[in-house]
Design a protein around this ligand. Structure first.
Ligand SMILES: *[C@@H]1O[C@H](CO)[C@@H](O)[C@H](O)[C@H]1NC(C)=O
Ligand SMILES: *[C@@H]1O[C@H](CO)[C@@H](O)[C@H](O)[C@H]1NC(C)=O
Ligand SMILES: *[C@@H]1O[C@H](CO)[C@@H](O)[C@H](O)[C@H]1NC(C)=O
Ligand SMILES: *[C@@H]1O[C@H](CO)[C@@H](O)[C@H](O)[C@H]1NC(C)=O
Ligand SMILES: *[C@@H]1O[C@H](CO)[C@@H](O)[C@H](O)[C@H]1NC(C)=O
Ligand SMILES: [Zn+2]
Length: 497
């Protein structure tokens, strides 16, 4: 008797359970289809590559899952950056065509080793004091100096210990330290060091031939990281010559155009680069007026290279966009905006509200949009207007917005299939790759464990879709991308990883 009852119960459950499992499967499937890249289908060859990639990804993640102590990505980026190159997933990602880098800054593209080489060039003067001053000149500068202006070559020789001298000097060209938690206890110290980096390197890099060479070498390095197009934000400093001649910032903009042209001539597979004029946000309306006049002149002078306008600097302490709304609104009909907005942890502040103004001013893309999940109405507008979100995960961890990278809002952006592009902000300043490490960390530590090659492909496609290229150039860029992608797929050999 008893066994019959049990059998009856079991039968009912079985059909309920089947229905339950079906529903469960459907929910997961619906969600999988929604994620960035979730609706792409892969060819047989792509599937083979994906199997190899995912075998390594599961190995890495499942090891961390079982040994959370070794999940280094939950710590400071500086604590684990040296381990990244040994990851097989990373090695594969390095070789993947990644499309475009749409959010990077003029003087943060190349790392300290590059800048150290610049300090070995002749005619560089240095002044050691509470701040390090560096400038190229044909004779000793007469500007104020706490100690004395010296030729770098002479200071280095006089140090009697060149290795020590160079090690000290190099510290000015990087944020990377062994003990980040002590050196950078809060966002204030991090941004302080970050701003000091730009103050130190700007006068050295603004020497015209160096400015040109730096950008050329940056394009080279980005291309080697399998990037085919860049939109660079620049504050456009006045460039100078050894004899003290200084130029109108329009010349700085033209320099970009000149270098881009030369680089493209020498690298036929490179699609190009555009300039976003992005001066400091810590200004008043009078200064903003100057910015806009300059932006207008650049646009008139080089409409194909000029992509648009933005404002930079730590959002929490700079002027919020609301202060500039009347002028920015008036100008929105004549130029595209790519505003940094919502790069903050402070909910309900004016910084947080920059997201509102970015949308209302018609931004084509938003830089960071880190605070976006807290703003459902803005989020809907982002979807409706198809506004690209430029996400920079390493930047956000280095600049003290997030520690355990699994908590980065990118995970929800990816899950909801939002218009995301990945970029790297100032990779040189934290000694990261142009883009591969940002892709790697997003892929293994922010995205779903199940997200695969299709997500990487969609992110690359997005970087072209949301670029400032015109539609004919986008079609051409997509053709080049597919060519590179197929080349990568056809030459893939899993046993090489
Ligand atoms: C896949 O999703 C993207 C948006 O992420 C959309 O643009 C595209 O049309 C979708 N493709 C298919 C085949 O549904
Ligand atoms: C994590 O970091 C430690 C210390 O640097 C290193 O020994 C270990 O190999 C790293 N683990 C992984 C999985 O990269
Ligand atoms: C610095 O210069 C040396 C010697 O010319 C060169 O081998 C090295 O690649 C340069 N480093 C960088 C980062 O450009
Ligand atoms: C400093 O030098 C520049 C040219 O190199 C010159 O125009 C300027 O008058 C000098 N200033 C002083 C205070 O000597
Ligand atoms: C793949 O790489 C391995 C190891 O480098 C090599 O032995 C093998 O011949 C390669 N396979 C193909 C098809 O090239
Ligand atoms: Zn930025």
């Amino acid at each position: 008797m008893r066994s019959i009852v049990l059998l009856f119960v079991y039968t009912v459950c079985a059909s309920d359970l089947t229905e339950y499992y079906d529903k469960r499967y459907k929910i997961l499937l619906d969600e999988a289809l929604l994620t960035v890249g979730g609706n792409i289908s892969l060819s047989d060859k792509e599937t083979a590559v994906n199997n190899c990639l995912m075998r390594h990804k599961f190995n890495e993640i499942d090891y961390w899952l079982n040994n959370p102590r070794y999940f280094n990505c939950s710590h400071h980026y500086f604590a684990y950056k040296d381990n990244i190159p040994s990851s097989k997933v990373y090695k594969i990602i390095k070789n993947i065509p990644k499309g475009a880098a749409l959010h990077v800054h003029d003087m943060g593209l190349l790392g300290p080793d590059y800048l150290m080489n610049v300090t070995y060039l002749e005619n560089l003067y240095v002044c050691f004091g509470s701040n390090l001053l560096l400038t190229f000149a044909s004779k000793k500068p007469n500007t104020s100096c706490e100690s004395q202006w010296q030729l770098m070559s002479e200071a280095r020789r006089a140090s009697n210990n060149i290795a020590k001298f160079d090690a000290e000097l190099k510290k000015h060209f990087t944020l990377v330290v062994k003990n980040p938690d002590e050196v950078y206890p809060s966002i204030k110290e991090t941004w302080g060091a970050f701003m000091q980096y730009f103050i130190t390197v700007a006068p050295m890099l603004s020497y015209r031939p160096i400015w040109e060479q730096y950008f050329y070498d940056a394009l080279k390095k980005f291309r080697e990281d399998n990037i085919m197009y860049i939109e660079v934000r620049s504050i456009l400093p006045s460039l100078y010559e050894l004899d003290g001649t200084t130029y109108d910032p329009l010349i700085t903009a033209r320099t970009y155009k000149k270098v881009i042209k030369q680089f493209m001539r020498e690298h036929k597979d490179f699609i190009g680069a555009k300039l976003i004029y992005a001066p400091s946000r810590r200004v008043n309306n009078a200064k903003l007026e100057d910015y806009i006049l300059l932006a207008r002149r650049i646009k008139e002078s080089m409409p194909d290279t000029f992509a648009g306008f933005d404002l930079v600097g730590q959002e929490d302490i700079g002027s919020p966009l609301i202060e500039f709304v009347p002028r920015l609104l008036e100008t929105s009909s004549e130029m595209s905006y790519f505003f940094h907005a919502g790069e903050t942890d402070w909910y309900g502040t004016l910084t947080d509200e920059n997201l509102v103004d970015a949308i209302l001013l018609g931004a084509k893309r938003i830089g960071h949009a880190y605070a976006l999940p807290k703003h459902p109405v803005i989020l809907n507008e982002v979807i409706k207007r198809d506004i690209g979100l430029e996400i920079n995960v390493i930047s956000n961890t280095v600049l003290s917005l997030v520690r355990d990278i699994r908590n980065h809002p990118l995970s929800t952006f990816l899950a909801q299939g939002l218009p995301v592009v990945l970029s790297s902000d100032d990779p040189g300043v934290w000694e990261a790759d142009p883009l591969s490490e940002d892709f790697y960390i997003a892929f293994v530590a922010v995205a779903s464990r199940l997200s695969d090659l299709r997500m990487l492909k969609q992110l690359a496609l997005n970087s072209i879709k949301y670029s400032a290229l015109d539609s004919a150039s986008k079609s051409r860029a997509l053709r080049t991308f597919h060519f590179k992608w197929n080349d990568f797929i056809n030459n893939f050999n899993c046993s090489m990883y």
